[in-house]
Design a protein around this ligand. Structure first.
Ligand SMILES: [Fe+2]
Length: 374
């Protein structure tokens, strides 16, 4: 059995300035971030840190081309710690930079992964969304354009030394990004809870994350939605972190696996793609094995939402719909004839995730779930 561990130190600060002070950020440090995050909050502190703006090297999810271009830019520069301040893309890139030797390219890291990667720079991560939980996990998903595959780089050396939670850094998030990232965190919490690889401690983090998210969503909607979520920014950031700790141990499963083609083929944001698959995966689980952990999940949901346990999941779907209205797959430009290809692709390429399913699903069952969500 895999031992439960939390590797990074986790700290919380009110403002970025408090963190900069405590960590004594200065000219030896390299900040990887985006310009819209850097200005004005970090720039105005005059820290003298070296900076790399990720968007200069391409948009969207991290690719080998993007990371190689950043490695080229950094070649010959002297820096110690890497400070990642951003969402999933910035964090995933920073984890790779932290284990890259001066002459490395991304392909070299994949080649050396089996023998083990070595940390080249201490890594501090400040997440600016409330979804990925990536600040406490040791995996980066890179789209290897040169090979035509999306593949994870995983290594114990890619854990951050410090995960830094600063709710103030969430304040510039648009509502849509808040919605999809908090949905992503909710799915991390549920999938890690139901995973056969969960343990009593990881379950505690899953459930606590879920409770924080449900309470935050309820309060946000009671206050009329919109910007009201910002009053709960700290709760959402902690929830995302707890869910990251939980899935770092127990893993994500079918919802994430089935969401991947929606993201890679149709560019639906990660959290939203998860939402599109979530209810129909849970309904299939309930038909195959209604007893067991699905029952205890229902009890937690029922308790938080003030409804009977057997209605818990339906209550969650309704609440999530209030946060972000879900439309069937067909309304997202997906064609029915694509569904069998998606199902086949998921079975062929996503076994890492499917191994964490609450119940095993065949290719036919995966196709049936896609059809129900269609
Ligand atoms: Fe996710």
């Amino acid at each position: 059995m895999k031992a439960f561990q939390i590797i990074p130190s986790i700290t919380e600060y009110g403002k970025f300035a408090d963190f900069a002070d405590a960590a004594d950020l200065g000219s030896d440090d390299l900040i990887l971030t985006n310009k819209y995050i850097y200005h004005p909050v970090i720039a105005e502190l005059g820290l003298g840190c070296q900076t790399v703006f990720q968007e200069k090297f391409g948009g969207g999810e991290p690719t080998d081309e993007m990371v190689d271009a950043i490695l080229d830019e950094l070649r010959g520069k002297e820096y110690g710690r890497i400070i990642a301040v951003g969402g999933g893309t910035v964090i995933d890139i920073a984890k790779v930079l932290a284990v890259a030797a001066p002459e490395d390219r991304v392909d070299d890291l994949y080649d050396r992964m089996a023998e083990g990667l070595v940390k080249a720079h201490p890594l501090l991560i400040v997440p600016t969304t409330c979804g990925t939980g990536s600040e406490v996990t040791n995996i980066s998903i890179i789209n290897r354009i040169s090979k035509g595959v999306k593949q994870g780089i995983v290594s114990g050396a890619m854990f951050a030394d410090e995960a830094v939670l600063i709710p103030d850094m969430l304040m510039s998030l648009p509502y849509g990004v808040f919605a999809t990232s908090s949905i992503d965190a909710m799915v991390h919490a549920v999938e890690s809870y139901l995973s056969p690889n969960a343990c009593a401690i990881s379950e505690m983090f899953s459930i606590e994350a879920l409770r924080h998210i449900l309470r935050g969503w309820k309060r946000t909607l009671e206050k009329g939605g919109g910007e009201a979520w910002k009053d709960c920014a700290q709760e959402f950031l902690r929830a995302s972190n707890y869910a990251g700790i939980a899935f770092g141990h127990a893993g994500c499963a079918a919802v994430h696996a089935m969401a991947y083609p929606l993201g890679s083929v149709h560019h639906i944001p990660h959290g939203q793609a998860n939402q599109l698959m979530f209810a129909d995966v849970m309904k299939k689980y309930a038909r195959k094995r209604p007893e067991g952990k699905l029952e205890s999940l229902g009890a937690v949901l029922g308790e938080e939402l003030g409804i009977p346990a057997k209605e818990g999941l339906n209550g969650l779907y309704r609440l999530m719909d209030g946060v972000l209205k879900r439309a069937p797959l067909r309304e997202h430009g997906i064609k029915e004839e694509e569904l069998p290809l998606f199902a086949k692709d998921v079975v062929e390429t996503q076994q890492r995730l499917l191994n964490n399913n609450y119940v095993a699903l065949t290719e036919d069952e995966i196709l049936e779930i896609y059809r129900n969500a269609y």
